[in-house]
Design a binder for this molecule. Structure first.
Ligand SMILES: *Cc1c(COP(=O)(O)O)cnc(C)c1O
Length: 394
């Protein structure tokens, strides 16, 4: 990995793979499935891992290598592997290390498909799990079993935007010799670097803020060299690799991550403050609002509060649905982290299969609206929210 010499924005823009003889300024796209060997000896040495170099794009490609190196610079990790989607990253970050009989301790409020891996897929292979609540840290240590191998968390969580202290978790994981795996999708490397606080693996859905423009899917597993060696072995032979095209797009996306996140966060904070004063709103959750229960922690481990705002509109499930139907500009879509603002109503969509009690346990109240604040002019976003609050009242 390249060593860090410049600041975040500069690393994100200036780190790129070596120029070819064409002296291109912007990085070219290497659409090739394999690479030629100079001679039999080089082929042998490449396959024996004695020298670095590309063999086949399922293993590595100049575009994926560039993206990995850049993500490592930005997250402060030693090595990484990039994958076709966020879920393939989550899956291999666990499956590379777990075997029958192992146990995972996970926070209850994790992404829906990550729940499915733990609830439905892993039990087929004899891998069990226990959930713990982000807001009940006292219970975590007692839930660690002799066969626990990994702790998996998301902070801030989706959609309730609860936080957990990463430094405390890092120490807990080290004390029990566990791998701490943090899905850093909501924060992005610009806002939070879990490896700095002791996470051994940092996982991403690059589909969200890293792409930032709702175009491509992607994921990443980043971390210590010894761990990524296992991940790379598992991925090389099971095949969830990212396409060079997506890696090329995502490397370009990272060049603007800092300026985009600054704007997402500035607008999100303004919207959160505006909602907090609105009488039709029961409560607002945003990590950088002083009313957030973990405001001090947010300030400690995050640079800014993020691009997501969650609020409870008065009037329950019905009002939540009416609010979404009344929006004129903000999209109603399942994605997040786009230039376009997006609103969702988890109780009637993504989390509708849960019972009321299960929803309550992850902080999803009936009228909870999650907004992924985009990069449109802040006045236009606020106007749309305001008119939808008013017209959903009837
Ligand atoms: C979207 C998301 C994922 C899954 O990523 P995909 O790219 O959709 O596969 C995982 N974790 C979090 C927190 C997400 O928001």
């Amino acid at each position: 990995m390249p060593s860090k010499k410049t600041n975040f924005e500069t690393d994100a823009i200036r780190h790129q793979s070596e120029r070819s003889d064409f002296r291109e300024h912007s990085v070219p796209l290497y659409l090739t499935s394999s690479f030629v060997f100079n001679d039999a000896e080089q082929a042998r040495a490449l396959f024996a891992d004695e020298i670095p170099g590309n063999i086949y794009t399922r293993f590595s490609n100049p575009n994926t290598t560039e993206l990995i190196e850049k993500l490592c610079l930005l997250e402060g990790t030693e090595d990484g592997f990039v994958t076709a989607s966020g879920m393939s990253a989550m899956f291999i970050s666990m499956a590379s290390f777990l075997k029958s009989g192992d146990h995972v301790l996970a926070s209850r409020s994790i992404f829906g498909s990550t729940h499915q891996i733990l609830n439905t897929i892993f039990p087929r292979w004899g891998i069990t799990h226990t959930y713990a609540d982000l807001n009940d840290t006292e219970s975590w240590e007692s839930k660690i079993q002799p066969n626990t191998k990994m702790i998996f968390v998301e902070t801030p969580s989706n959609p309730a935007l609860d936080l957990i202290d990463l430094e405390w978790l890092g120490k807990l994981a080290d004390k029990h010799r566990l791998i701490l795996n943090v899905d850093n999708c909501f924060a992005t490397p610009y806002l939070q670097n879990p490896a700095k606080w002791g996470a051994h693996l940092v996982t991403h859905s690059a589909t969200k803020f890293i792409d930032g423009q709702g175009r491509v899917m992607g994921g990443a597993v980043l971390g210590k060299k010894e761990l990524i060696k296992e991940v790379r072995f598992f991925a090389r032979h099971s095949g969830p690799s990212m396409s060079p095209f997506n890696a090329w797009i995502l490397s370009k996306s990272l060049e603007t991550l800092a300026v985009r996140m600054e704007q997402h966060c500035a607008s999100a904070l303004k919207i959160a403050q505006w909602l907090e004063k609105n009488n039709e709103v029961e409560y607002v959750k945003y990590p950088f609002l002083e009313s957030h229960p973990k405001f001090q922690l947010a300030k400690k481990q995050m640079r800014l509060g993020g691009g997501m705002v969650t609020f409870e509109i008065k009037g329950g499930v019905d009002r939540g649905r009416k609010f979404l139907n009344a929006l004129k500009m903000i999209s109603h879509s399942a994605n997040l982290g786009d230039t376009r603002s997006i609103a969702t109503h988890p109780a009637s969509t993504t989390h509708s299969k849960l019972t009321d009690a299960e929803r309550a346990a992850v902080g999803i109240t009936p009228g909870l609206i999650r907004v992924s604040v985009g990069l449109e002019n802040i006045e236009d976003i606020l106007n749309d929210i305001q008119q939808a609050i008013i017209s959903s009242k009837n």
